[in-house]
Design a protein around this ligand. Structure first.
Ligand SMILES: O=P(O)(O)OC[C@H]1O[C@H](O)[C@H](O)[C@@H](O)[C@@H]1O
Length: 544
């Protein structure tokens, strides 16, 4: 990358522009343009984005788009999509988009078309999924599998569990699905206590097959199984693996015939649509899974071809940069108004924060600006009765993404009142309206509120929100929604000139834990840590 970001003309133009518009109120922007609510919207892959309630003028948007162009966004995007090794610190291509490429497409990595391999694994997954779903895959004692436990962590857990919860409506309900991630034994114990080992299948999901938590849980799961079934041979009927590391899978004792592979060009947090999604495919079936992939692909195509100014991931990314880097907003709240999306914010935390939580540029220079935001959120309406107070009246600026669906999957009429879904949606619209427009002091006083109470009742407004509105939560919609955020994160990484595809920041803690665990063993160790760590270790040893 040529000039450092903050020294580019595009950045400086934005900085100057920011000074002139920072106090402009959404009330005035809307008053000045009756069409704004429809004009500042875009559509792609079945998702409608209303970005009119953002503190931007047409000039802001132009300048943000200039910034994107000045960072060669389109060329960088095309480099990713065509399999260039843009993950420079690990020397890898970044091709999660190939996971949803239709059969027949060609995407080359080191001169080799990877799409046929993707479909070969998908086909094997589908055949396996059908066997499980139809009760044809039998456990060691001849009983069909009725419970599936995915063991994995990070990208090998958050995507699968989020997507399973999101698409539960489409799941085969006589298959119990569980997700174990934490190395805290409680997780495995609680998730298996009511399961019958004879009818349980474990999917050990780990890209590297070396992750401490997953390996520990997999071993304990094997012990749980063998305690009931005795015979080592049971492992072959009750364990499958999803990994890129065939050697380690074999070493663990899982037949590689029962392994579903993926590739080093799929990052862990970008892997839920690879074989890592096997648990989801078991739940919703191969057809549903293919629909999900089609949704991802539809958004990939939108991202690849829509003009930047109508490109959903690009718009969302640039608006994020606007608040993160000019308004100094520290966080982004993601607020899905759909109970099925309860795990979506947690999933996005890894996707966004592990990707763009970086402090150096691609060529290793310390950045002189903020990079990735803190991402957080809860499904609505619950959050409204908890933390929204701070968003409405606190001193921090918190841009919010509202996500909602025109049709519910569980229509529940209320006798004599509006149905549940209307109540839910009324809250989406009311929240974004209240956040944008607030309530002024004269308005509060006009309601007859006592002057000394009035300041407490004022809503400043001018709180920015995006609303993503889709027709219905389907596998296709979910795929499009995930891809929207994947590409948003990519665009921001391009603007900030960071490598969004490595995660060295998780290493140090892992290495230290490996060292410390040896010091927790039977013999009193010589402790060479700082005095705090030493004291904590001693106290633990004395009291456990
Ligand atoms: O799939 P695995 O190799 O077990 O990795 C699981 C997770 O752990 C790592 O520490 C990374 O931070 C994550 O990006 C990854 O998804």
């Amino acid at each position: 990358m040529s000039a450092p970001l903050t020294e580019t003309a595009a950045w400086q133009a934005l900085q100057a522009h920011f000074e002139s518009v920072r106090h402009v109120h959404l009330r005035d922007l809307f008053a000045a343009d009756p069409q704004r609510g429809e004009r500042l919207s875009a559509e792609g892959a079945g998702l409608y984005l209303d970005y009119s309630k953002h503190r931007v003028t047409d000039e802001t948007l132009e300048l943000l788009l200039d910034l994107a162009r000045s960072r060669q966004l389109e060329a960088r995007r095309d480099a990713m999509l065509s399999g260039e090794k843009i993950n420079a610190t690990e020397g890898r291509a970044v091709l999660h988009t190939a996971l949803r490429a239709p059969r027949g497409q060609e995407i080359l990595v080191d001169g080799r078309n990877v799409v046929p391999e993707v479909h070969e694994v998908l086909d094997r997954m589908a055949a396996f999924a059908e066997q499980i779903r139809e009760g044809q895959w039998l456990g060691q004692t001849g009983r069909p599998i009725r419970a599936v436990v995915n063991i994995g962590i990070g990208g090998s857990d958050l995507g699968p569990v989020m997507a399973y919860e999101a698409l539960k409506h489409y799941a085969q309900r006589d298959l119990t699905m569980r997700f174990v991630s934490n190395v805290d034994g409680t997780d495995l114990v609680e998730k298996t206590r009511d399961l019958n080992p004879e009818e349980t299948l474990f999917i050990v999901s780990s890209k590297t097959f070396t992750t401490q938590e997953t390996m520990a849980n997999a071993q304990s799961a094997r012990a749980w199984l063998l305690a009931a079934l005795g015979d080592d041979a049971a492992v072959a009927r009750h364990f499958v693996a999803v990994s890129t590391n065939a050697e380690a899978v074999q070493k663990f004792g899982i037949d590689t015939a029962n392994m579903f592979g993926f590739w080093d060009w799929v990052g862990g947090r970008y892997s839920m649509d690879s074989a890592i999604g096997l648990s989801l495919m078991l739940a919703i079936g191969p057809e549903g899974f293919r629909e999900l992939l089609a949704g991802f692909h539809a958004m990939d195509e939108h991202f690849a071809s829509a003009p930047l100014k109508a490109n959903l991931p690009v718009l969302m990314a640039l608006l994020g940069v606007w608040y993160n880097n000019f308004f100094d907003a520290q966080t982004l709240a993601v607020l899905p108004y759909d109970q099925y999306l309860a795990y979506f914010p947690a999933y996005l935390q890894q996707l966004d924060m592990e990707s763009n939580g970086k402090h150096v540029t691609l060529d290793g220079h310390e950045v002189a600006y903020q990079t990735g935001p803190v991402v957080w959120g809860q499904p609505g309406t619950n959050g409204q009765h908890a933390f929204y107070q701070l968003i409405h009246q606190g001193t921090k600026l918190i841009p919010c993404d509202f996500i909602a669906f025109a049709q519910t999957l569980n229509s529940l009429p209320l006798p004599g009142g509006a149905p549940h879904h209307d109540l839910l949606m009324a809250n989406v619209f009311a929240q974004t309206e209240a956040l944008a427009f607030g309530k002024t002091l004269p308005e509060v006083l006009a309601e007859g509120v006592a002057p000394e109470l009035a300041p407490h009742r004022v809503f400043e407004g001018n709180r920015p929100t995006s609303t993503v509105l889709a027709d219905r939560l389907t596998p296709h919609t979910l795929g499009a929604l995930i891809a929207l955020y994947e590409h948003k994160v990519f665009v921001q990484g391009v603007i900030w000139d960071v490598n969004s595809f490595d995660q060295w920041g998780v290493e140090l803690g892992k290495v230290l834990a490996g060292r410390i665990v040896k010091e927790l063993g039977a013999d009193e160790p010589e402790l060479g840590h700082d005095s705090s760590t030493n004291a904590l270790i001693r106290r633990y040893r004395a009291r456990r």
